[in-house]
Design a protein around this ligand. Structure first.
Ligand SMILES: Cc1cc2nc3c(=O)[nH]c(=O)nc-3n(C[C@H](O)[C@H](O)[C@H](O)COP(=O)(O)OP(=O)(O)OC[C@H]3O[C@@H](n4cnc5c(N)ncnc54)[C@H](O)[C@@H]3O)c2cc1C
Length: 254
């Protein structure tokens, strides 16, 4: 998995502090950024967090480039609706030998790995054969409809891939660009840094958190699974590791 913080709102903590200052002081917009040094920004951010006043943190966004993740991760990630996603399309990109993600438990088990690789190869073969069968059918139909050879070939390939991709597996590698504001990111970390989240999206969430902490350490100092800043919300399903999780995520913030 490769995760890059492509860009973010400049001076994210200052912008949030400015929004807080507007809410809680006499300041007007013309002098909103004045005097917002590191110390005052931290004071405003801590105040917002202690009040649970979260809307000012929506003013800053973070854009990530993500690759080397599975379509299985994509399905989970895009459940987070307060975000913008641009994902490599399987509809227009013909897979060569498609790349795939191997779960560590499979990678480290010889028998499982052998079966997994065999299945990936069989999927690729089925995909290629389906694409070929469908291409020939569409190409002939399009020619019969009066399309020229070049147009028919281009259209037929797209139409064939569109249906052949149905046999591609959850393991198939994908790439995406994702933008989230800080409030939505906090919610994402609450859900996905939790030990109950699945390993791949948890690895992704941990890496995204590490990257945003580099540029906004005060804002994200208590970010992580819900149990870092409050009680565990998992009830009977709790992993019982609240103290260890606090130790992990709060010490990383120092
Ligand atoms: C461990 C784990 C297991 C899961 N298992 C399943 C599962 O078995 N099946 C399944 O379908 N999903 C499952 N999910 C996905 C989960 O239910 C959420 O869809 C996902 O985590 C996105 O969270 P969200 O809705 O808070 O995020 P976002 O969509 O980004 O929403 C952010 C917040 O905005 C508010 N919001 C957004 N849309 C609405 C709305 N329409 N109405 C009211 N408020 C809204 C809510 O307060 C929400 O928390 C699982 C998630 C985790 C972490």
């Amino acid at each position: 998995m490769k995760v890059t913080l492509l860009t973010h709102t400049p001076d994210p903590e200052k912008i949030i502090a400015a929004a807080a200052k507007l809410c809680y002081s006499e300041s007007g917009v013309e002098n909103i950024l004045e005097g917002l040094d590191e110390e005052r920004c931290e004071k405003f951010l801590n105040m917002l967090m202690s009040l649970g006043h979260q809307s000012p943190i929506e003013h800053v966004t973070f854009t990530f480039g993500i690759e080397g993740v599975s379509r299985s991760l994509l399905a989970q990630f895009t459940r987070h609706r307060i975000a913008s996603y641009s994902v490599k399309s399987q509809r227009y990109v013909k897979e060569g030998m498609f790349e795939y993600i191997t779960p560590p438990e499979i990678e480290n088990n010889e028998k499982a790995k052998e079966l997994f690789i065999k299945t990936m190869e069989a999927d690729q073969k089925a995909y290629d054969e389906l694409a070929d069968i469908l291409y020939k059918k569409h190409y002939a139909t399009l020619l019969a409809e009066g399309k020229d050879e070049k147009t028919a070939a281009k259209m037929a390939e797209k139409m064939a891939i569109e249906d052949a991709r149905f046999v591609l597996p959850n393991a198939c590698e994908t790439k995406m660009v994702v933008t989230m504001n800080a409030r939505s990111l906090m919610n994402f970390f609450h859900h996905r840094c939790c030990t109950r989240a699945q390993w791949e999206i948890r690895d992704l969430a941990d890496e995204m958190l590490r990257l945003v902490k580099e540029v906004a350490p005060t804002l994200f100092k208590k970010a992580g699974p819900s149990c870092v800043a409050g009680p565990c919300p998992e009830g009977k399903m709790t992993c019982g590791k609240t103290l260890a999780m606090r130790e992990k995520y709060l010490s990383e913030a120092k």
